[in-house]
Write a protein that binds this ligand. Structure first.
Ligand code: ZN
Length: 234
């Protein structure tokens, strides 16, 4: 039981790095994703490619990679009015939070992931929340994660551990972590096959990967890639 993990794997750069991190560490790893009507649903189709390529290029990880779970959380999209689920402009809202903030999203994700972990006998919940480069989302905070861990353990009478390996890394350091875990081959896989763009644009491929190049997620990813490349060629 103690050596099994469930990874919240959306198909983006962060969660793909978390998946590699978990595969490097735990004997058995399963993945879960949530379909909540996000505009960038294309990320969900990237997941299968990333899972397959991780197994193919890293056979030792392929042996550990188990089932994938796709949870329909369409209700979350229906009760939300945000730029991730509606054609709303991506900007800073009156409350100081970006309009991409989906209230309750990560709380719901962790609750459902824990319900799956309960059934599957997994102790570790691995997720890509990050406080360093975050967009101000309160549900990405380390304190929120710790409070969730306590709530889940009390409410399910289990001893889950929420692991957030990216919590104190910026985007450049996330690329460095990928390099440490799987070398240039993993960096390349994540660069080409994952998806972070909020608008779900897949067409253009920049040096940092696919995306519109203008939304906050693309800007963050591009900036992190540039800083990572500068540091590795310096
Ligand atoms: Zn974009």
């Amino acid at each position: 039981m103690s050596d099994k993990a469930i990874v919240l794997f959306s198909g983006g750069q962060d969660s793909a790095t978390c998946l590699a991190w978990a595969l490097d560490r735990y004997a058995a790893v399963e993945t879960v994703a949530f379909d909540y009507g996000q505009r960038h649903r294309i990320e969900l189709s990237c997941r299968e490619v990333v899972r397959a390529e991780l197994s193919r290029r890293f056979p030792r990880w392929g042996e550990r990679l188990g089932e994938d779970h796709l949870v329909d959380l369409g209700v979350l999209g229906r009760i939300s009015d945000t730029a991730l689920t509606r054609e709303v402009e991506i900007t800073l809202g009156e409350n100081g939070l970006p309009t991409t903030f989906v209230p309750g999203r990560n709380l719901a994700f962790l609750t459902f992931a824990a319900a799956i972990a309960y059934r599957r006998g997994a102790k570790h919940l691995v997720a890509g929340m990050c406080e360093t480069d975050f967009s101000g989302y309160p549900d990405c905070r380390d304190d929120t994660m710790k409070a969730m861990q306590v709530a889940l353990n009390l409410g399910m009478e289990r001893r889950f551990v929420i692991e957030t390996p990216l919590m104190w890394l910026d985007k450049a350091a996330t690329w460095t972590l990928a390099e440490r875990l799987g070398g240039a081959q993993l960096v390349e896989l994540i660069r080409v096959e994952t998806h972070s763009c909020y608008l779900g644009e897949r067409g253009t491929r920049h040096d940092w990967g696919h995306g519109c190049g203008a939304c906050p997620a693309c800007e963050l990813r591009a900036k992190g890639w540039r800083r990572y490349r500068e540091a590795s060629t310096a």
